[in-house]
Design a protein around this ligand. Structure first.
Ligand code: LMR
Length: 336
């Protein structure tokens, strides 16, 4: 069982101080290191490459963007520290990973059974609440530029996951979010926080039994090769906030920053435009691979999961803020 102490040890405290902005200049150019943890061939990976292409084009090469995928430079926790220290300038961590920065309100996106599809999600990411959340980062030396989609998560393991009782005692890898911890505990599973780069091996060796991720992440990390069962539960959402080191960003020449903002707006539209299709393609590819049995839930099974998972909203209201959760319900037009 993951105790509070071991959870803190794993996620670490965000006790880093802000250092020099990290502007690297050579012959009038600005270098932006963009680090992330997923494969290049994912919604986030492709979004990062689109940003690079447009940023270099719109600034006529005054800005050079170096994209480092697949945790090549840093794993989950380290990349947040590296951003604050100015060792990298841009990241797109999943919204589940902002707790260690002291912005645990982002974990509202992890609430299970909250969003009924992407249109509902957009009401938050493109609305007032989304903007308010990004604003929370400013006094942490970080500016939030955009929300990028991945998709809705599916549950996987090496045994069928049809009803909540199927989770009893399973060790399930989660991202560093207290909401996800509560979600897995509600199902009777044992949550284990683990860096994304370590998940495949942990599944392969049985260190954990299962996990949750959108199909694009599951497929590009080959998790389907080491998971015999998956349920298309779409019980929760996984997306990103693109963030930059604020002193670096604020210190850029105005014309360069304006062109980078334009590149980011277009890269965002691109990334959010491909995310659903990328996930559909990944799911199909895994089905074709035939190593995993995929279960589509019946409405009755979904209702059973919801009965177990919805109380997590109330249980975690102190962490996220009851008012904020109510604002989210109001924006989504759901009663509770
Ligand atoms: C995970 O750790 O499962 C995801 O946050 C990885 C990612 O960045 O999509």
């Amino acid at each position: 069982m993951l105790t509070r102490r071991s959870f803190n040890a794993l996620t670490g405290a965000a006790a880093v101080t802000l250092s020099a902005p990290g502007i690297i200049r050579a012959q009038g150019t600005v270098t932006i290191k963009f680090s992330h943890v997923v494969a290049p061939d994912t919604p986030k990976g492709k979004g990062a490459l689109k940003f690079k292409e447009l940023a270099e084009q719109y600034t006529n090469g005054a800005a050079v963007v170096e994209v480092y995928p697949n945790s090549q430079l840093y794993k989950d926790k380290e990349e947040l520290e590296a951003l604050q220290l100015g060792a990298v300038q841009m990241l797109a961590p999943s919204l589940a990973k902002f707790g260690p920065l002291g912005a645990q309100q982002f974990e509202l996106f992890d609430l299970p059974m909250l969003f009924d599809g992407r249109d509902q999600l957009r009401k938050i990411t493109e609305g007032e609440i989304g903007a308010q959340l990004l604003g929370l980062l400013e006094d942490k030396g970080i500016s939030g530029l955009a929300y990028w989609d991945n998709g809705f998560k599916i549950m996987s393991a090496n045994s069928p996951l049809i009803v909540p009782d199927d989770f009893l005692g399973l060790k399930m890898r989660i991202q560093s979010s207290k909401i996800l911890e509560a979600q897995m505990e509600a199902l009777g599973a044992v949550p284990q926080v683990m860096a994304f780069s370590e998940v495949y091996q942990a599944l392969q060796t049985g260190v954990v039994d299962g996990t949750e991720n959108p199909p694009s992440n599951m497929y590009t990390q080959k998790m389907h090769e080491v998971q015999s069962n998956a349920t298309l539960s779409r019980h929760g959402y996984l997306g990103y906030a693109v963030i930059v080191n604020k002193p670096f960003w604020d210190g850029l020449p105005e014309d360069v920053r304006a062109n980078l903002d334009k590149a980011m707006a277009e890269a965002t539209e691109y990334a959010n435009g491909i995310a659903e299709e990328e996930n559909d393609k990944s799911l199909q590819a895994m089905m074709d691979a035939g190593t995993t049995e995929f279960h589509e839930m019946t409405p009755e099974e979904r209702a059973e999961w919801a009965e177990v998972l919805r109380p997590v909203h109330e249980e975690m209201s102190d962490r996220i803020g009851a008012d904020l959760i109510q604002q989210v319900y109001d924006a989504l037009g759901t009663a509770s």
